[in-house]
Design a protein around this ligand. Structure first.
Ligand code: SF4
Length: 311
């Protein structure tokens, strides 16, 4: 039976992202912001100076395949039925996405392998465990009572600061749901993680800001009050403590506080990023950014490059 589609969902689905003219405009993203926050010099090397240093990893392949598999399952569950979603061979679907993504990344990596068959098998098996858990427990996370699927990978495309009209924030939201009676829009961000987020990860404001940005700018993009938007990190754990006395969940839910004070802090930080790095015509500011050695330097592609980083 076809449910009537609420007006707000139609509007969101019809949204056309801003077109960016890269000859004089810049696009920014949450990942750029997070990189700048961690080390402004790294951001400058990558985005301003064009030292593109992307190297694929098994973690990104796993994350992409897991996102696509869950998004497909939820789409069928809400657009058709839960029974139809259960008829999908989820393991086979995941395997095809996993292979497809690995192949794409391998080709982009100049046909150099970046994982081994043993590691790939381990990640694949972890993925199957997550998906089996999800299928069994989905009712505890996703209800069909009053909820509509708005969509997956929905675009966010907005000028975050009107004084910098040529700087455009772009992003894709993993999943948006709508509850008609309560008039609540719910934004989900899927995360894959080895063992979930511990307290320090949950307290990390820069991690929290991602979903707070989504809430704030989605509210502006569609003129929906922030009070009518909820947010949630949906964290998928590859590993659980097998020896635990208590049943372990493969899914961790984390909804950071996203009230006025926290949102202002996040938006102020985004403004600082834009003001320090761009001018009002959309160009980069000619500043030399601060080098900020940090605990993630060991994973930074410029870690051993003395010409580019003299930390
Ligand atoms: S190695 Fe560390 S200090 Fe140097 S650019 Fe990378 S993150 Fe910044």
């Amino acid at each position: 039976m076809n449910k009537k589609i609420p007006q707000i969902i139609k509007e969101i689905r019809q949204f056309t992202p801003l077109e960016i003219d890269y000859s004089y405009q810049k696009s920014i993203s949450y990942s750029q912001y997070a990189m700048w926050k961690q080390c402004p010099h790294k951001w400058e090397l990558m985005y301003k100076d064009g030292h593109s240093a992307y190297t694929p990893t098994i973690h990104t392949v796993f994350g992409t395949a897991m996102h696509e598999t869950l998004q497909n399952y939820l789409t069928v569950m809400y657009e058709e039925s839960a029974a139809a979603a259960d008829r999908i061979d989820i393991e086979e679907y995941f395997e095809s996405k996993f292979r497809e993504t690995y192949l794409k990344e391998y080709q982009a990596n100049k046909s150099v392998h970046f994982s081994s068959p043993t590691e790939m098998r381990e990640f694949f098996d972890d993925g199957v465990n997550i998906l089996n858990f999800f299928k069994k427990k989905k009712g505890g996370y996703f209800s069909k009572k009053g909820w509509h699927l708005v969509g997956c990978e929905l675009p966010l495309s907005i000028r975050p600061n009107e004084r910098y009209k040529n700087v455009i924030l772009k992003g894709y939201i993993d999943l948006v749901m709508y509850h008609q009676e309560e008039n609540i829009l719910k934004i989900y961000d899927f995360k894959t993680s080895t063992r979930g987020w511990n307290d320090s990860a949950k307290k990390d404001e820069d991690k929290q800001f991602q979903i707070i940005f989504y809430k704030h700018y989605y509210s502006k993009q569609f003129n929906i009050p922030e009070d009518n938007i909820e947010v949630e990190f949906f964290i998928l754990k590859r590993k659980i403590w097998e020896e635990s006395e208590f049943p372990q969940s493969r899914i961790q839910i984390f909804s950071p506080a996203s009230g006025k004070i926290k949102t202002k802090k996040a938006v102020d930080s985004m403004t600082q990023f834009i003001e320090e790095c761009f001018d009002s015509t959309g160009g980069y500011k000619p500043t030399t950014h601060k080098i900020n050695p940090n605990k993630n330097c060991q994973y930074c592609p410029f870690n051993d490059n003395k010409e580019l980083c003299i930390k």
